[in-house]
Design a protein around this ligand. Structure first.
Ligand code: ADP
Ligand code: MG
Length: 577
């Protein structure tokens, strides 16, 4: 075989694979160019999910007619001139590849006019074939029109989803860029229908516009900076969490990014406040000095690398945690408004749909149902006073009062939360007390689980476990945390659970996360259960601990520990208001 240089068109088509994955990536590049050009308003029009048409119109600085051929040439850029510039990139683009790549796989028309000039120009590239630039009449700014995307690259077209699915992706790209640039007006329309419209605004107004009115009532501000790294934004109360991460917007220095580790920082901050399968709603903006970030690690620049990722991670997590502590996160128990105050007359029983079965999941389920869009303004959680009267109901719930109304507590969830926090605090200073077994307990374990467990041993020792292989496929338990022994937890089943999860625990982001997971398990097993009756003393103890423990409004699994029925709501229901 003979080695030959590839023709430039082919080079660009190959390069295009990195930048131009799908219509949304085209929109992203072209809108980023408009932002770099200082546009104050950007309009995006699409047809057929972007395959038929994508048009981006901006009122930015424009491109001088003489430079049009350069704008669409590869590795030609007005933004970076030396390697050093990559150290402090402040523009969205810098690779000088986007327009060239797009022109290699579609018909691209760039029409532009610099404000100071009377006439503008237009240049066309169709799948790599460049036509000479022509003078053209146009308003100041740039209009980039892309048609027939992947028209001659059928293999790439095959990978596209339906027009609707591609439009959804485009919408998300525009939304995220709009979040990062609140001072710029945006409009996105598809098939003549306006999908997004954001007038220029301040950051808070923009986030509210993006996440919707319902969400904005339930968001609180995050604001922290440390060692040159800052985070600002709005985050949602735990009950705003959604099954997907779509309502999470993360930006770095004005650039929307996807970063697994930072997403994880967000989850960690909400740990215990939401269920693990749900994602917090948040729009968060990180500021990191450009010299400490490398944005040049991914062709689409959505992934970044930090010089000090631990610091960025912890500022984000800490900022959220602090804000969560300030916010009132006890979910209010709201009931649908009734025409008449006759509680029994509505088709919904007092606490919601269906029969009130005595199930432990009851509270969580009701909480989710009861949480409506309107929520009280975020104030500091009022504490339940242990001196106030409290009773146990159906050996499952504790009912007491606070300044705002009646508080209903899930006894298991609260005890679990209290225990978790106490254990966590204790283990910071010393290993947990351990109890030796006279005769080791033996449990079956797969080779994989055993191997995973081996790497978790130092952590398990801190918790008070002493375990060691006891022949092939058998694990010997020689000592257990005193807490589990005292609370009568059966150690065999506990260990089996732990072995099932050993591989996941080993894969956890860090030792701290794995430790917290095992503490969760211990707290859950050792906590009082639904059905356990409590003496007055135990009840009072539990309530007094509630105040001392951070976040006692949610158990470690993210179910709420308490709900509040406000006096206002009660008065309304009884026709007093
Ligand atoms: P990059 O953005 O990495 O520089 P592009 O291929 O996206 O590379 O764009 C090449 C050049 O074309 C830019 O550097 C810029 O000078 C010019 N350009 C592209 N789009 C616009 C626009 N909307 N307004 C003004 N100039 C633009
Ligand atoms: Mg660009």
């Amino acid at each position: 075989m003979t080695i030959r240089p590839l023709p430039p068109v082919v080079v660009n088509q190959i390069a295009a694979g990195e930048v131009v994955e799908r219509p949304a990536s085209v929109v992203k590049e072209v809108v980023e160019n408009a932002l770099d050009a200082g546009a104050t308003h950007i309009e995006v029009l699409v047809e057929g999910g972007g395959v038929d048409l994508m048009e981006v119109i901006d009122d930015g600085c424009g491109i001088p007619r003489a430079e049009l051929p350069l704008a669409i040439a590869s590795h030609a850029t007005s933004k970076v001139s030396a390697l050093d510039d990559l150290e402090h990139i402040a523009t969205m683009g810098f690779r000088g590849e986007a327009l060239a790549s797009i022109g290699a796989v579609a018909r691209l028309e760039v029409r532009s006019r610099v404000r100071a000039e009377d006439a503008g120009g237009v240049i066309v590239v169709d799948h790599g074939a460049v036509e000479a630039a022509q003078p053209a009449a146009c308003p100041p700014g740039t209009r980039v029109k892309i048609t027939n995307l992947f028209g001659r690259v059928p293999a790439r077209r095959k990978f596209l989803k339906s027009a609707q699915a591609e439009t959804t992706r485009i919408r998300r790209v525009v939304r995220d860029l709009a979040a990062a640039n609140p001072g710029v007006g945006f409009r996105l329309a598809s098939g003549g229908r306006t999908l997004l419209e954001f007038p220029a605004a301040d950051a808070t107004t923009r986030i509210h516009a993006i996440l919707g009115k319902d969400a904005s009532d339930q968001m609180f501000e995050v604001d922290l900076s440390r060692d040159g790294v800052s985070v600002w934004g709005l985050a949602g109360r735990p009950d705003l969490a959604r099954p997907t991460a779509q309502h999470q917007i993360l930006c770095l220095n004005g650039r929307p990014i996807t970063d697994r580790s930072l997403r994880f920082a967000i989850r960690e901050a909400y740990r215990g406040l939401i269920e693990p399968s749900r994602h917090p709603t948040a729009a968060l903006f990180l500021g990191v000095p450009p010299s400490r970030v490398d944005v040049n690690v991914h062709p689409a620049k959505t992934e970044v690398r930090f010089r000090d990722d631990r610091l960025v991670f912890s500022v984000l997590k800490r900022g959220l945690e602090q804000a969560l502590l300030q916010a009132d996160i006890v979910p209010p128990l709201r009931m649908p408004a009734a025409d008449s105050p006759r509680v029994g007359g509505t088709n919904r029983p007092l606490f919601g749909r269906g029969e009130q079965r005595a199930s432990a999941g009851f509270v969580a389920e009701q909480a989710r149902e009861a949480m409506t869009a309107a929520a009280p303004p975020p104030e500091r959680v009022s504490v339940v006073d242990a001196a106030r009267p409290a009773i146990q109901v159906h050996r499952m719930f504790l009912v007491t009062e606070d300044a705002e109304g009646m508080v209903i507590i899930d006894q298991h969830a609260l005890h679990e939360r209290v225990m978790f926090e106490r254990l966590l605090e204790r283990i910071e200073s010393a290993n947990l007390p351990s109890q030796r077994l006279l005769v080791p307990d033996l449990v079956d374990a797969s080779a994989d689980a055993m191997e995973a467990l081996e790497s978790l041993r130092p952590m398990l020792e801190r918790l008070g476990f002493d375990v060691a292989p006891s022949g092939p496929g058998v694990l010997g338990i020689h000592a257990v945390p005193s807490l589990l022994a005292e609370r009568g937890v059966e150690i065999g089943p506990f260990m089996t659970d732990l072995l099932d999860r050993a591989a996941d625990l080993r894969a956890a982001a860090d030792a701290e996360t794995a430790l917290r997971d095992v503490l969760d398990m211990m707290a859950c097993k050792a906590a009082i259960k639904a059905g356990d009756s409590l003496t007055d003393r135990e009840l009072a103890d539990l309530l007094s601990m509630r105040e001392k423990v951070e976040r006692s409004s949610n158990c470690p699994h993210g179910r709420p520990t308490s709900l509040r029925l406000s006096i206002e709501e009660l008065e309304r229901r009884f026709g007093r208001r």
